[in-house]
Unconditional design. Structure first.
Length: 409
């Protein structure tokens, strides 16, 4: 599945009981607000096999899924701790037969609820039930604007079904929100993708360039676009924006590898975002399972409040005390928080390092080299790939290797 974009602001006010005192030194013990945004990855099961999926590549080694009662308890505890925005994701959350019950409980608790889905399993009867249960928002993913490429990238035959689901979403009064993950194999289709979205009556479109962790890390050499592709896609997107005006809001998320300063991952780990994996593992970002020595807690053995405020894993990258140079003395450290910890780990082997996307990082050359290698590969293959793609497969466990020799390098 495609990860949703993180919340961009943090509510202010006194820290809840159990949080560090507001007067503590920020570089060691920052004042902690509530976990405003809660993402429940209800299952890793999914009918799609996307080559860019952010789910862990060793998912067969994770534990059994939480049961209904356990998820209901998580919802209650998170709401009591101050969570207000809820994402229901996976895998494909629609494979859970208790989805409607979870939505009903979340609605009663006062969450704003977003279903992040491939559309597989969303029938007329089911969307009506979810609407009655209080579902607020649906984000529908497509892989491309054509049946051939959409179905190839997900290794399924789902394009026609997704088109039908888009009609159901409109018919039931939901805002039409589409998400398309971009990469070398489809970024040149941005114009067609946007015209497809226009025909479907989309009000919001997120063109989310691939972030390279999970299965996308394994396929990085095949998926990373060239700089020229990115520039063309941005120009096409801007021209389309100018034509449609306010009728459609288009978000174009530039891939990190083409930036010179890192993005503020999750507004800073442990700041606003809390994810719970299917087996109950609590994470400060979607991909945090890969980080060495983090000892992620489980909702099976600890409360949400304890996890958020007291667990070493969620306090590990709060504040600035963990930072090395050049982040420690950088005037941007309070804005970008050193960038992505998972990206730092994958590219350098050390999650405490500056995100190598930053041009001040001593490891920035790895990102430059990856972009150059992508351009050379694209030129050699006419925009294709030099080696086979690795499709997401829930039956196969693949370990990811960190460092310069890691996947996709």
């Amino acid at each position: 599945m495609t990860a949703p974009s993180p919340a961009s602001s943090v509510a202010t006010g006194p820290p809840p009981q159990g949080a560090p005192e507001a007067g503590a030194a920020p570089e060691k013990s920052p004042a902690v607000g509530p976990p405003l945004w809660l993402l429940l990855e209800l299952t890793y099961r999914c009918p799609l096999h996307c080559v860019f999926c952010y789910n862990p590549t060793d998912m067969p080694r994770t534990g059994a899924e939480l049961g209904t009662a356990e998820w209901l308890r998580v919802l209650r505890e998170a709401r009591a701790a101050g969570a207000v925005q809820l994402g229901l994701s996976g895998g494909e959350p629609l494979v859970r037969e208790d989805l409607e019950e979870l939505v009903r409980e979340a609605h009663g608790l006062g969450f704003y609820i977003n279903l992040i889905t491939s559309g597989v399993g969303l029938t007329e009867a089911r969307i009506a039930t979810l609407k009655a249960a209080g579902l607020d928002h649906i984000q529908l993913s497509f892989q491309d604007s054509t049946r051939q490429m959409n179905d190839f990238l997900s290794s399924t035959r789902t394009f026609e079904l997704k088109s039908q689901v888009a009609g159901l979403i409109r018919a039931h009064g939901y805002p039409m929100v589409l998400n398309v993950v971009l990469h070398r194999l489809n970024i040149d289709h941005v114009g067609e993708i946007l015209r497809m979205a226009e025909r479907m009556g989309a009000q919001y479109v997120e063109l989310a360039n691939t972030q390279y962790y999970g299965w996308a890390w394994l396929n990085r050499a095949q998926l990373l676009p060239t700089r020229e592709q990115l520039q063309r896609a941005e120009a096409v997107t801007q021209a389309f924006r100018e034509r449609v005006g306010a009728r459609m809001k288009i978000y174009f998320v530039v891939p990190d590898y083409f930036e010179t300063r890192p993005k503020a991952c999750m507004n800073g780990l442990g700041s606003v975002f809390l994810a719970v994996a299917p087996d109950g593992t609590a994470m400060p970002c979607h991909a945090a399972r890969m980080l060495p020595g983090l000892n992620l807690p489980s909702v099976r053995t600890a409360s949400i409040r304890n996890i958020w405020y007291d667990s070493p894993a969620f306090n590990r990258f709060r504040g600035e005390g963990w930072m090395k140079e050049p982040c420690r003395s950088c005037p941007e450290r309070g804005r970008d928080f050193g960038g992505c910890r998972c990206q730092a780990y994958l590219l350098t082997g050390d999650p405490d390092n500056a995100d190598p996307v930053c041009e001040l990082s001593p490891h920035h050359g790895q990102v430059v080299a990856a972009v150059a290698a992508s351009a050379a590969a694209a030129a050699a293959t006419g925009g294709g790939t030099e080696r086979p793609l690795i499709f997401r497969d829930h039956r196969v466990s693949i370990d990811i290797t960190a460092g310069p020799a890691g996947g996709g390098a």
